[in-house]
Design a protein around this ligand. Sequence first.
Ligand code: KG4
Ligand code: ZN
Length: 384
Amino acid sequence: MNKVIKILAIESSCDETAAAVIAASDNKLEILSNVVASQIDLHQKYGGVYPELASRTHAEQIIQVIEEGLDKSQNRMASDICDPTTKFIGLPESSKLDLKEAIAKIDAIAVTYGPGLIGSLVVGLAAAKTLAYVFDKPILPINHWEGHIYSNFVQVDGKRPEFPSLILTVSGGHTNIILMKDHGEYEILGQTLDDAAGEAFDKVARLLRLGYPGGPAISAAAEKFCNGKSKEVLKQLLNDTKFILPRPMINSGDFNFSFSGLKTAVLYKVRALGEMSMDEELIMAYAFQEAITDTLIIKIKQAIKKYRPKSICLTGGVSANKVLREKFTELGNSLDYQPTIHIPQFNLTTDNAAMISVAGYYNFISDKAKKWYDVCVAPNTELK
Ligand code: KG4
Ligand code: ZN
């Protein structure tokens, strides 16, 4: 199909209210707008996402976020082309958005239906269903994990993953190794048995009093610690028993993960250290980041050896982690064959609607569009 398809997408599964528009055809995919209203500031004082507050805030913001997504997609500047992601600010007074006219140009509405927080999902889905009903548009219900996977199908450098692809998804709510055999065809090879990788980052950051969200906080602390130290010095420092942490499940013989023991190991080390100095807190953050990224890389390497995929992809909020991105690239380049390596643009790593619209496009061309009354939320759904 070489016709250009325009998809409006809505994402509200956790604590980001997001809307995006893409224009896609067989050989080109453009993100026309990608608006994210983050609630991080609101949840910070609770040290994690407070679900009731998240859904209330989605309800307050969703219409303006969608309007801004549509408005930006029509008034895109040439300078926005590489990175159209914008923080939600609301429509400028000069906006001449005509909702009816803007939606008329949209072929279908993609929306995250699960997994996620039920109260949050309901807001996005209700908005999408209302638009679909009023303007008679088809709906594309998108699994949130699938959205993360498709963040790698935005072609910045002209290459899309090839099949079979092996995908490491690492987020606040999930950690999986997935074999993607074709568009929409997935086999879950492994998953976390307890905490997700992002959840472990968040919990350890809380233990170390580094703030929320934990991933960026740990990453910044570790970077501060490493600054100016050679690899040898860092290796030596990590060899101190005070900071030695396990790499869980690396010999389990399967592709599952378990991070709650790693978090507990940090807790015991922190207790043993007593009142920690600033330096000790930073080295612990670094030791944890090394342990969790090593574990993820060791496990995906085992899966690559078994399945020898044509492409390897990293996705999800934790794929924003610089060290993980580096280790993933190093791994891809050190294999005895050369699969293509895919890591999402930084602005598409954490939750956003552009990734949902890309998944929406591929669902649309596979005839998976539905009527608004055939779609409902599924907070605990898995990728099928
Ligand atoms: O994909 P995402 O935005 O939401 C879920 O689907 O869960 O992922 C959020 C997670 C949080 O746990 C956050 O701490 C983590 O991604 N994260 C990071 C980094 N940036 C965000 N983890 C490690 N390093 C980062 N730089
Ligand atoms: Zn996510």
